[in-house]
Design a protein around this ligand. Structure first.
Ligand code: NAD
Length: 358
């Protein structure tokens, strides 16, 4: 394999349909919609027809801060009825998300829904059938898939740059985001069930083609963790594949460091990918045939990843195909997460996965 084959990075940046702008309606305009969705859509000049929030005070200053937002809808029904809204961006909390998804599909809209999509895969199935019948696309906002270092790693893995993936390792060498006192702390096994969803999902992408034998996970409180913090601050998730490939995701706790990073390694039969994401630590290296290549990265997960997730759905709509982050593709990530949560409930017992095909 000539070494120069991997010198130029495949194009990992967000992609949008040429010459076509689809109208977006944001349903549930809270923290993440205002911190990441809207800034990303502004940066990439997307058409935001309007936003709706259950709590009107939440959106009081949205049009001042994001002048490209054309209107604030008074009701969710107004948003769903507006023919200019072609894509409904569901950014509510997990409770009730499936009902909003079903309502948007019934209104004939394509949907980008926040993660975790649902914990009830049986209830999701009829919504996906209805989407098929109506010819609308459902994508999951796994925006981490377009974090530049993760996206480029995915493209390199898919192109065979490291051969067959042998192992995936992620370490959270950084403090946790604030959890105590937020709505996130009310969710059981929150680190596994919500926060790590992006890490489980990207690992699923890198292990694509494998069959999963078992999942194991633990979460536990750490020394010095205050009693006011309800969720454990440490978590470990392991995914074991039938052919011996495996993955490890580890959060040591509320790490105390001045050099925060979120490193990852993808070891393959023919090479190694090393990188990091978040907190300004982004980099990506490929080591193959004794040659190391460091790629220049443009952009960051926050907020370019959010543009990438919306752009891929729009391209899929225009190109009449399933998006890469379709609900069906993401369902195996959800199965892995649900198994990890079950394992944590059983203090780390291995949960068999019956050769789950990734
Ligand atoms: N990188 C990421 O993709 C990322 C980052 C942070 C949060 N999230 C996810 O985004 C979702 C929203 O988190 P947030 O922190 O923005 O929450 P939030 O509470 O700040 O915002 C949610 C918005 O939806 C509204 N809402 C909540 N439940 C609703 C319901 N049933 N019907 C109608 N409106 C409802 C709220 O009033 C609010 O306007 C969560 O699922 C979270 O896991 C994703």
């Amino acid at each position: 394999m000539p070494e120069h084959r991997w010198r130029d990075a495949p194009d990992y940046r967000p992609r949008f349909p040429q010459g076509e702008r689809l109208g977006i309606g944001i349903l549930g305009c809270g923290e993440i919609a205002q911190q990441a969705h809207l800034p990303a859509y502004g940066d990439y000049d997307l058409d935001v027809v309007g936003v709706w929030s259950r709590t009107p005070t939440t959106t009081a200053t949205v049009r001042q801060r994001f002048p490209f937002v054309r209107r604030i809808f008074a009701t969710a029904e107004d948003l769903l009825d507006d023919p200019q809204v072609q894509v409904v961006d569901v950014a509510t909390r997990p409770e009730g998300r499936l009902e909003w998804l079903a309502a948007a599909v019934s209104a004939g809209k394509h949907v980008l829904a926040q993660k975790p999509l649902t914990t009830d895969l049986a209830a999701l199935a009829p919504v996906l059938d209805e989407a098929d019948r109506r010819g609308v696309r459902i994508a999951v906002n796994q925006n981490g898939r377009w974090a530049p270092a993760w996206r480029l790693a995915t493209l390199l893995v898919e192109a065979g740059a490291i051969g067959k993936v042998v192992g995936v390792t992620h370490l959270h060498d950084k403090p946790l985001p604030p959890i105590a006192g937020t709505h996130f702390d009310e969710m059981a096994h929150m680190l596994i069930a919500d926060y790590l969803m992006h890490w489980i999902d990207i690992t699923r992408c890198w292990l694509a083609g494998n069959q999963v034998e078992a999942v194991q996970a633990r979460d536990h409180r750490t020394p010095g963790q205050p009693h006011t913090a309800k969720n454990p601050w440490a978590a470990t998730v392991q995914i074991h594949c039938v052919d011996g490939a495996d993955a490890l995701v580890r959060i040591a706790g509320d790490v105390n460091t001045r050099r925060p990073a979120c490193p990852f390694w993808i070891h393959g039969t023919e090479g190694t990918i090393r990188g990091s994401i978040l907190v300004g630590s982004d980099f990506l290296d490929l080591e193959r045939d004794g040659v190391s290549t460091r790629y220049t990265l443009d952009g960051e997960w926050f907020v370019d990843g959010f543009a990438g997730a919306m752009g891929e759905l729009m391209c899929a709509v225009v190109e009449n195909r399933e998006p890469y982050h379709s609900a069906a593709h993401n369902a195996s990530s959800l199965r892995l997460m649900l198994a990890a949560r079950e394992s944590a409930e059983q203090h780390g017992a291995a949960v068999p996965m019956n050769r789950l095909q990734l």
